[in-house]
Design a protein around this ligand. Structure first.
Ligand code: PLP
Length: 386
């Protein structure tokens, strides 16, 4: 270990080791089933592997254009037209990013500054707040109502003021797995119409939906699309989260500002992956649904198995996640309970309080069910023994 005597002031004093790393480490240490991190067990699709390999062997291994290869931007634009019924110009309204994470970070850096306020609904995915703080803006928290995690629009309205620059939305929602409704869309249109408020819409789970439910994309509503940055993750769409490839869609006026930050952050995303994914999407447009469709059966299996015990599953409309309430089992707070669960029951999950600014103790843990069936059955068996 290298000792350093320099004095350094952290820019993110509240950030330490994330609970995601901690729970994964505990899962390893105690041999626990890891249902804490959000990634699928699924195998790489051989046709996708073939397309990416072809691009590498064709020597397409040098820098791509900053905004992404035109092939992938065009494929994403066509996808957006099919999926969201909105036209985005591949030349100026589509940006290929290093995962959704970098799209979110670059958008926030480009669009907000000191003195601006950003409304974030809690519980929230963990990357939003540090990005807002690094940009010098102020996060303003709007609490989703427990237990259905719906938006309290009266509270939202109370929080909006002249300084409100950006609202961050996430549907299907991580951690709750709930969706925005058409009534939510009406409220959003009503409350942002005539303002300069921008919407950053994290839609990485937009095609992981259950029970025939519909996803309402910001892209699908012209009044919202004109002020929105829609973020997607090809890692999630193609079961390759480790490839870290995503995109954002926005009107040219907004996207050109994000591109300025993007080109000095990563410059561009790796070329053979972009070309391989582009030709995969062009050749097999229905493959995404095929790759993601097993998740409905996995959610059903996990919820059915869990219903035999004392954990209570909360409704889940989409995403990789299901929330379980453990109030019939323990009075312990959720962080302590999840640590005990990893060590003694050998199942790791994420305590919900970590997704809040001012933690709420509802005795709820988040479990990722995007795993092999036998893993889910064994995890439920261990949990049901309590
Ligand atoms: C809500 C949400 N947004 C963004 C991301 C990051 O996606 P990517 O892996 O494409 O960066 C995740 C990953 O878990 C997520 O759950």
């Amino acid at each position: 270990m290298l000792a350093s005597s320099v004095s350094l002031q952290t820019k993110l004093p509240a950030v330490g080791k994330t609970i995601f790393s901690k729970m994964s480490e505990m899962a390893l240490e105690y041999g626990a089933i890891n249902l804490s991190q959000g990634f699928p067990d699924a195998q790489l699709d051989p046709l996708l592997q073939e397309e990416v390999t072809k691009a590498m062997l064709a020597n397409k291994n040098q820098y791509a254009p900053a905004a992404g290869t035109l092939e992938l931007r065009t494929a994403i634009s066509k996808y957006a037209k099919r999926q969201f019924e909105q036209s985005y110009d591949p030349q100026s309204e589509v940006l290929i990013t290093s995962g959704a994470t970098q799209a979110l970070q670059s958008a926030i850096t480009a669009l907000v500054k000191e003195g601006d306020e950003v409304i974030i609904f809690t519980p929230a995915y963990d990357s939003y707040v540090p990005a807002v703080e690094l940009a010098g803006a102020t996060p303003v928290y709007c609490r989703l109502k427990y237990p259905d995690y719906s938006i309290d629009w009266k509270e939202f309205k109370r929080l909006v003021n002249r300084k409100t620059k950006l609202v961050i939305l996430n549907s299907p929602h991580n951690p709750s797995g709930r969706l925005l409704s058409s009534a939510d869309i009406d409220q959003l249109i009503r409350l942002t119409d005539g303002t300069d408020i921008l919407i950053l819409s994290d839609e990485v789970y937009h095609n992981i939906l259950f029970d025939g439910k519909d996803h309402h994309s910001m892209a699908s509503y012209p009044k919202l699309a004109e002020r929105s940055i829609v973020v997607g993750s090809l890692g999630k769409m193609l079961n390759v989260t480790g490839w870290k490839i995503g995109f954002c869609l926005a009107p040219k006026l907004i996207l050109s500002e994000i591109l300025k930050v993007h080109q000095y952050t990563v410059f561009s995303v790796n070329t053979p992956m972009q070309l391989g994914v582009a030709s995969f999407l062009e050749k097999y447009p229905n493959k995404i649904n095929e790759l993601l469709s097993p998740l409905q059966a996995k959610r059903d299996l996990f919820v059915k198995e869990i219903s035999k015990g004392k954990f209570k599953a909360l409704p889940c409309d989409g995403s990789y996640f299901c929330l379980l309430n453990y109030s019939e089992i323990s009075d312990e707070d959720d962080v302590k309970f999840s640590e005990w669960l990893a060590k003694e029951v050998r199942v790791s999950a994420i305590p919900l309080s970590v997704f809040y600014h001012n933690p709420e103790q509802n005795k709820v843990l988040r479990f990722c069910f995007a795993k092999e069936d036998d893993v889910l059955i064994e995890a439920a068996k261990r949990l049901n023994a309590l």
